[in-house]
Design a protein around this ligand. Structure first.
Ligand SMILES: *Cc1c(COP(=O)(O)O)cnc(C)c1O
Length: 376
């Protein structure tokens, strides 16, 4: 069976984890966490990267930083993971879901523009499949209306938009290092920040609302509770596992890209025969091969293809059930405008196996299995 995902692991993962254990400091913000911060800052060019316990908690930290409150509205795509929305709902703000554009499944800029009201406080673009949203246009909207922006770059570690790293282009960038992402620490994530005021407050929120970071730097002589906060820092064991991969992120993403290109070239023939639609990568985006998906012609066809692939030993999956039609989505948000693409495209989208370590032969077997479905 070719699984849908195998968590990434490089030889140094075990070496670093052992070293972390032997350092006898396994709580957060030790040597490995600091090295991860430095790697992330070098990789993205942001002033400050801070590890968190998950991509979810990075988004929650970001929502606290943006000071969201009841009465505020936050615009985001409906086609995303529940965590993007939970971060907003947990602050008591209202979620305004908008449609995606059909080519990238990213939030449609014109739909965002149309959804703005005097209550709008922030927008949360999601770089789906590691392909960046149109950040210049979104930034224009934020500037015109005085809005904050938080990037859900959970899937976009190592991606670029017009040469600028994903996660570095807004007030708060959020990464995920869950085991299904390109780089992993089991469960983990990071926030990426540039504004000194946000950095200072993020350090406090992340450390249970205390100014412990200032204390460690010798800026205050005792630390105390200064703001609301929570425990957002992961243990050194997780950071050590991640560091090994951060050091090899170009190699890891490069291997994924080889498989991505293999799929993409092979499926050109099926696309020209009208059997499926391949992913679209806009000219200004450099993606990270986070995902390879195809769009089938109908939900029924997708269902039959999934079982055909299963019979051939290939695990392929779909997601997301659009949030605006989910039970919690109805309670905590509303959809603005027309749902032209979110539901219809999500029903036809199929993700193929993609992970570091997927071999050329295995990817070829996936390709052959998709072909045998259409060329019966
Ligand atoms: C994975 C993911 C998250 C959540 O990250 P976790 O690390 O699993 O908490 C949030 N948003 C998107 C778009 C994701 O893909």
């Amino acid at each position: 069976m070719i699984p849908f995902n195998i968590p990434p692991r490089v030889p140094k993962c075990s070496e670093y984890v052992l070293e972390a254990i032997e350092n006898a400091k396994i709580c957060g913000d030790g040597a490995f966490t600091k090295r991860c911060h430095a790697e992330l800052e070098a990789m993205t060019g942001v002033r400050k990267a801070l590890l968190t316990t998950s991509g979810t908690s990075a988004l929650e930290l970001g929502a606290l930083l943006m000071n969201l409150q009841p009465g505020d509205e936050v615009i985001m795509p409906s086609f995303t993971f529940s965590s993007t929305a939970n971060a907003i709902a947990l602050r008591g703000a209202e979620i305004v879901f908008v449609d995606v554009e059909p080519d990238t499944m990213n939030m449609d800029v014109e739909c965002v523009r149309a959804a703005i009201t005097p209550k709008t406080k922030a927008i949360v673009p999601v770089h789906y499949a590691g392909v960046c949203c149109d950040m210049d246009e979104l930034q224009k909207i934020c500037d015109e209306h005085g809005l904050m922006m938080m990037e859900d770059a959970a899937q976009a570690v190592g991606s670029f938009y017009k040469g600028r790293p994903a996660g570095s282009m807004s007030d708060v960038g959020c990464f995920s290092f869950h085991e299904t992402k390109n780089l992993s620490m089991g469960e983990g994530g990071a926030v990426l920040l540039n504004d000194p005021a946000l950095i200072e407050r993020a350090e406090i929120i992340r450390e249970k609302g205390t100014d412990r970071s200032r204390f460690y730097r010798g800026q205050v002589d005792k630390y105390t509770w200064v703001d609301i906060g929570s425990s957002f820092l992961p243990s050194e064991l997780n950071a050590a596992y991640l560091l090994a991969q951060l050091e090899e992120h170009e190699h890891i993403n490069g291997r994924r890209m080889e498989r991505w290109n293999q799929y993409h070239e092979a499926f050109a023939a099926l696309e020209s025969e009208g059997h499926l639609k391949r992913m679209t990568i806009p000219a200004h985006c450099t993606h990270n091969a986070h995902m390879y998906y195809i769009l089938l012609n109908s939900l029924e066809e997708r269902t039959v293809l999934i079982s055909h692939l299963k019979q051939n030993g290939v695990s392929a999956v779909f997601h997301y059930i659009p949030l605006h039609s989910a039970e919690a989505g109805l309670k905590f948000g509303r959809f603005h405008g027309e749902d032209r693409y979110t539901t219809s495209q999500s029903e036809r989208l199929l993700r193929l196996p993609m992970y570091y370590g997927l071999s050329e032969e295995e990817a070829q077997h996936v390709i052959d299995s998709v072909f045998s479905f259409f060329h019966k």
